[in-house]
Design a protein around this ligand. Sequence first.
Ligand code: SF4
Length: 743
Amino acid sequence: MAADSHSTAAIRARIGTVKVGSGGGFRAIAYTLKKGREAGGIWKLFRAMKTRNACKTCAVGMGGQKGGMVNELGHSFELCKKSLQAMVADMQPGIQPTFWKENSLADLQRLSPRQLESLGRLIHPIRIRQGENHFEVITWKQALESIVDKLSATEPDQTFWYFSGRSSNEAGFLLQLLARLYGTNNVNNCSYYCHQASGVGLQSSVGSGTATIVLEDLEKADTVFLIGGNPASNHPRLMTSLMRVRRAGGKVVVINPVRETGLVKFRIPSDPLSLLVGTKIATHYVQPHIGGDLALLWGLAKATKQLDALDADFLQQHTSGTDQWLEQLDALGWHEIETKSGVAKSEIEQIAELYAHSKRCVFSWTMGITHHAHGVENVQAIANLAFARGMVGRPGCGLMPIRGHSNVQGIGSVGVTPKLKQQIFDALRDSFNIHLPETPGQDTLACIESAAAGQMKVGVCLGGNLYGSNPDSVYAADALSRLEMNVMISTTMNTGHVHGLAQETIILPVLARDEEPEPTTQESMFNYVRMSDGGPARLPGPRSEVSVISSIGKQLLPDVEGVDWEELAKTSTIRRWIGAVVPGYDQIATIDQTKQEFQIGGRTFHDPQFATPDRRGALHCHRLPELKGTATHQLRLMTVRSEGQFNTVVYEEEDLYRNQDRRDVILMHPDDLKAMGLRHDQRVTVRSETGEMPGILARGFESIRRGNALMYYPESNVLVARHADPQSKTPAFKGVVVEVIAN
Ligand code: SF4
């Protein structure tokens, strides 16, 4: 295998001993030049970034028909480290057939997520069976026939179909249709492991499961709450919007157990002043305990009421459940709020005072809110707080979950959920004479648990890394290894391709978004649908996702009434179907001709008329959970991403913003380190109720609130239990109680 240019020594030399004091800046520019070299030249990379394709990384959304890296407001090209990482990964050379002969499965299993990603692009279908030592290259014909034969011999409900947010609306729609026509509703997506709690919580509060605002609203706000997230690392261009809020005199309240460098100060590379002197992002930084958000949110609402700052007219005219909510606010004691949140009453009152003076407030959050056993309640409590002052249903105000992958929201919109929306189900029947099963389908974790119980035989994964994104990695590997066949449709290698392998594993190589032969579409977290033109394939071998899916459909289900798989191999045909059946998506049917990207109807609330049955916003009451992990030998652990990774894909071993040169670390407050009798960089075993990780370096990290700790996802998933939020089925990746034991 290629020499490793990311050795610890090399990384230490790059990071040096100077602590990074801000996000972005000249380092981001230097990084761009470095990535340009990796891509074969800066101009080659620049040209690739400028094509009319939606950014392949996060759901903020850039690019499309306005030009590469341009957002829906037309703000011009900006550098974004995340988007460069994904693009350069797609510009790697292909993995040659000899590689699979020269490197055994055991060799591949020793590689880190980053090393696997760096092997290059997949360009041939490959297969491995249990007991074999090497992947073998097979033809497309062999691969597709094996898949079709296995599916034909399997009961449909013994199969599951998992989708990542990388794929297009067209591929997502077509594969879920194929799965349901085949006979199962075991159709689910990666959202169950990230933002499902946002969808369920918002649906219960405003009747629609996505952001209530458009991008422009964010920049009009005078106050932005940023709760449980680190967009400086994971959604870099949002920092430009926050800079605009700050320059207009607005406030940014960050709520996060960790004081993240990029949220304190960020240097926007495209803004000369910001680049030179930096932009202060957080005006206020609150550090609750991990798991303390619900108590903090209720405390903020209570303090707002005590300031007499509730919008009584709004509550009376536009919300339901108001009396019970007000009663709970009065009944809730400050001792309980302070103990369970870890935040003092005086600090909560200070933030409430600021909120009381806001005229336009946006509440945003990420997985620090959703990755808890009470994730839906966290989201509802944010909505409660917004309703309290009438901060939903007006321009410049609203609720904004900061979603992950570039099309994770679109995949859900076009039907990739176990239960198909009734409107889509009915429209498919009425408009296309398609009759689909009504049996209950299983969510992502339920499918893994069924596999562990031997009730699943075949998995089909469109992108992503199902193994890597699961909690309880040992259990997940065992569950997946009980499958008779697992099919993964991918662009590059990841840990899911070499761990937890089924009796037979087939990996199909596909084109990246900007290599598709026909246009595709994607939906951003602001409910904005972009069209990507595609472009020339960089390498011979990979096929488009849609052509792979339609080929399987044609061989597996050749005679379904109303379905012409040849026609459905064209993305324009699929868009006509989507336009006819998916609510708010009608404009997609003609987007090829009009080139008009659009805002999905019925989801943005600029008036306080919500999508709930009574058109009112629903206030919810909750029981505040006990703070876990309070014993002296325990820490509350959250699994986090670095600025050098995106979801399960790791591009860099180092985490510049947290000043870390490696990922096998547990970051804890220096006082906790001392109290446990540990030294900085001492080897320890981290143990939870679910698993343990020996040989980890315990590191003092002043930025985290005492009693709490960080470890990197997905490696630390071995410690995460399968306890899921009962409402959203999202596992608690951020509420893990651990002990740290010296080796
Ligand atoms: S912020 Fe997200 S969508 Fe925008 S360029 Fe960066 S990765 Fe792409």
